[in-house]
Design a protein around this ligand. Structure first.
Ligand code: GTP
Ligand code: MG
Length: 518
């Protein structure tokens, strides 16, 4: 259910192919992260960021990539093995691609998409294509089908029309068929019929993930998500070899057929990837324990992709190293950013990967370790782009994805909902008083948001605001400065004491009472 946001341009028009109808040209592509990364040569091997570039640098010690920056140095052998695992063939052809976007629209029956319109699904798919460097959508076709599950997706008549259109458009260099996954035989048959390469959503999204993954963990997760694709490609390759009589031949003296050997290598790769991820998961757990020891409350910031999570955290923390981008899957690594609440309590905001409706399952699964951080946070802040025409659908996608993560019920129940981008919706007022309306870009509504978060954090972490009577002569005051957050000190000179307003955890208050009875 992950992220892809519809960088939908107003006025995008679609052509429906029932029987041939004119096909409009899509608007020119906007700039995007994958484009930018590719242009600076940072794509390719996982698109790793250079040291010192925005996301990794810690100019003021405030940004920490969860699971990486605080890690102990990698064992050299482990590191080499991981690099080997990350070496992979390109998923998509390099260079310019002029894409014909074909969206199968199911009008009836179980295959019909819930709650959404073909236009927005097409807009999301277009935004995906435009994220790729050198790729543009030159034709868009919405083609109805009653049988999306059949091998060639469409009925005979529509398929024939589609084939004529694609074959009759020499400028088209590839087709993006907006289905979750194409089986290798379907892909092969469609490519033969249409005379160009055909890609599904899984491949496109995976490629974007590959390019946007910065940390080792994100790169390994993407590599793991690729395994099912490699497996189905292998089946196809071997079937072709078998037809030529080579697939079941034994490799020299090994007792293994070619297919068995390739399958074994794939299994081994998967196992190694899982082990490498497990190593990183343990480090992540260590990090979490360290954070818990320091008692920094953690607020996980979740939401549909492009809703403004990164922009909002940047506005709340003043962390200018963060780079919001008007692109899909701009954030692919979980990072922690320190900020403070009105009471001066320091909290950590976790920036997370955006959600997307209809994201291939394998991708979600492979990123589950990253999302474990959400499960261990004290409060979840759900950011919504209320200027988006499909904001309700996006909310439903995010909530259903969060439920799928098996998060603790109290965490889900105490979620803070933030309505962002209100600057784009004149006169906006949230329908429910428990939600907070903000403009992360213009810095509007942030004080109210901080106050709401403070309430939620205090409740979730078992902290309380107390005014304590403290003797100035003893060590009480310095103890409170160390173990709690002192908000205000009103000195009572004649009593040699002070009224001290503190935010204190239940455990620290227990200690205070034991150390300083009476
Ligand atoms: N007008 C307006 N634009 C905003 C606001 N907040 C964010 N944006 C824009 O929305 C786009 C996406 O912002 P990001 O902060 O990268 O969104 P994100 O949710 O982190 O996106 P992903 O990491 O891709 O999931 C950027 O172009 C931001 O400038 C806002 O309050 N108002
Ligand atoms: Mg982001």
């Amino acid at each position: 259910m992950w992220a892809l946001r519809a960088a939908v341009r107003p006025g995008l028009r679609l052509s429906r192919v029932g029987r041939a109808r004119p096909i409009p040209r899509a608007a020119p592509p906007p700039p995007c992260p994958v484009r930018a990364l590719a242009a600076t040569g940072r794509c390719g091997r996982g698109g790793r960021e250079e040291p010192g570039s925005a996301g990794r640098s810690k100019p003021n010690g405030r940004t920490v990539r969860a699971g990486e920056d605080e890690e102990e140095p990698e064992d050299e052998e482990e590191e080499e093995e991981e690099e080997e695992l990350l070496r992979s063939e390109p998923l998509l052809p390099a260079g310019t691609q002029r894409v014909c976007l074909v969206h199968p629209e199911v009008k009836w029956g179980a295959g019909k998409a819930q709650l959404t319109r073909a236009e927005w699904q097409v807009a999301e798919a277009t935004a995906l294509v435009h994220t790729l460097a050198g790729w543009s959508v030159v034709e868009t076709m919405v083609v109805s089908t009653k049988t999306p599950g059949r091998k060639l997706v469409f009925g005979k008549g529509n398929l024939q029309h589609l084939t004529e259109r694609i074959r009759g458009s020499p400028e088209v260099t590839s087709v993006f068929l907006n289905v979750e996954r194409l089986t290798p035989p379907t892909k092969k048959e469609l490519e033969a019929a249409w005379g160009v390469r055909v890609f599904d959503r899984f491949t496109i999204v995976l490629h974007i993930f590959r390019c946007n993954a910065r940390t080792q963990e994100a790169r390994l997760q993407v590599a793991l998500a690729e395994i099912p694709l490699l497996r189905s490609n292998l089946k196809n390759e071997v079937a072709a070899l078998d037809r030529g009589g080579g697939g079941s031949r034994y490799m020299m003296g090994s007792g293994e057929s070619f297919m068995q050997m390739r399958q074994r290598l794939l299994r081994e790769k998967e196992l190694k990837l899982r082990k490498a991820l497990e190593r990183l998961r343990r480090k992540r757990q260590l990090l979490r324990r360290q954070r818990a020891k320091r008692e920094f409350p953690v607020v996980s910031v979740v939401g549909y992709t492009n809703c403004g999570k990164t922009t909002l955290i940047r506005a709340l923390t003043g962390d200018m190293a963060m780079q919001p981008r008007d692109q899909l899957f701009a954030t692919l690594d979980v990072t922690a950013h320190a900020g403070s609440l009105p009471s001066r309590v320091t909290i950590l905001y976790m920036d997370t990967i955006g959600f997307l409706s209809q994201l291939p399952h394998d991708l979600i699964e492979s990123f589950s370790a990253t999302l474990e951080d959400v499960a261990h946070s004290d409060v979840i802040m759900h950011v919504r782009d209320v200027s988006h025409p499909e904001t309700e659908l996006q909310k439903a996608s995010v909530l259903s994805a969060l439920r799928g993560l098996g998060l603790p019920t109290p965490l889900l129940d105490s979620m803070v909902e933030v309505h962002n981008k209100v600057d784009l919706v004149p006169g906006y007022s949230p329908p429910d008083p428990s939600t907070v309306a903000v403009s992360a870009l213009q810095g509007r509504g942030l004080d109210q948001l901080r106050a709401t978060l403070e309430d939620a954090v205090l409740r979730a972490t078992g902290r309380q605001v107390l005014t304590l009577h403290v003797k100035l002569a003893g060590p009480q005051l310095s103890w409170l400065y160390r173990e709690a957050t002192v908000q205000q000190v009103d000195v009572l000179p004649e009593a040699g004491a002070a009224h001290v307003k503190v935010i204190i955890s239940n455990s620290a208050y227990g200690k205070f009472q034991k150390l300083f009875p009476g």
